[in-house]
Structure formats: structure tokens, C-alpha cells
Write a new protein. Structure first.
Length: 104
């Protein structure tokens, strides 16, 4: 299952230096809901190699404000504490696997 990012824990996760993948989503967003099982599957597949999780933009807002999330789903990729890439819109599992592998 994917990690649940909050305003309280997301900065600490990013600062860990590990690869961090943040899926910015909301419950009312159809494409976000369809991507949810993919994010869970990718999180389980990569295990301890990366921190992969979900950030609900309706319940949390610090990260979405800081990185100007204007549409969801948006997936943010952090490595060594810095934003290194972002993908907007629905993504396939293959796309996420490829992106994560390229950053590990």
C-alpha cells in the first residue's frame, strides 16, 4: 500500500535523500481514483527502494501550494531532497515503472 503523505511528514520524507514519488490527488477526481491502485501496486513493487505515496490536495495544501499543483493527478519526483521531475495527468504503470527505474 502507498504511503500517506501529509503536510507534517512530506518534508521529512523529501529530506531523507531517498527517491520520493508523491501522487497529488483528490477523492472527487475520477482519473486520480483510477490511478490509486496503480500507485499502490508501484509502491509495493519498489518497496524500500523509494518512498511512494499519495498526497490528498483537499486535506493538505502546503506541498500543492509550494509546487503550484494546478491540475490533478500530478506526480512529483524528488531525489536527494530536490524536485527532479513531474508528470501531469493519468499515467500507466509502465510509465511510472520506467520513470522510477530511471531515477533509482
Amino acid at each position: 500500500m502507498a504511503f500517506q503523505f501529509t503536510d507534517e511528514n512530506v518534508k521529512e520524507s523529501i529530506a531523507s535523500g531517498k527517491l520520493v514519488v508523491v501522487d497529488c490527488w483528490a477523492t472527487w477526481c475520477g482519473p486520480c481514483v483510477r490511478m490509486s491502485p496503480i500507485i499502490d501496486e508501484v509502491a509495493e513493487e519498489f518497496g524500500d527502494k523509494a518512498i511512494i505515496g499519495k498526497y490528498n490536495v483537499d486535506e493538505q495544501n502546503d506541498l500543492s501550494s509550494e509546487y503550484r499543483i494546478m491540475s490533478i493527478p500530478t506526480i512529483l519526483f524528488f531525489k536527494d531532497g530536490k524536485l527532479v521531475d513531474r508528470l501531469a495527468g493519468s499515467q500507466s504503470k509502465a510509465t511510472l515503472d520506467e520513470k522510477i527505474n530511471s531515477l533509482l
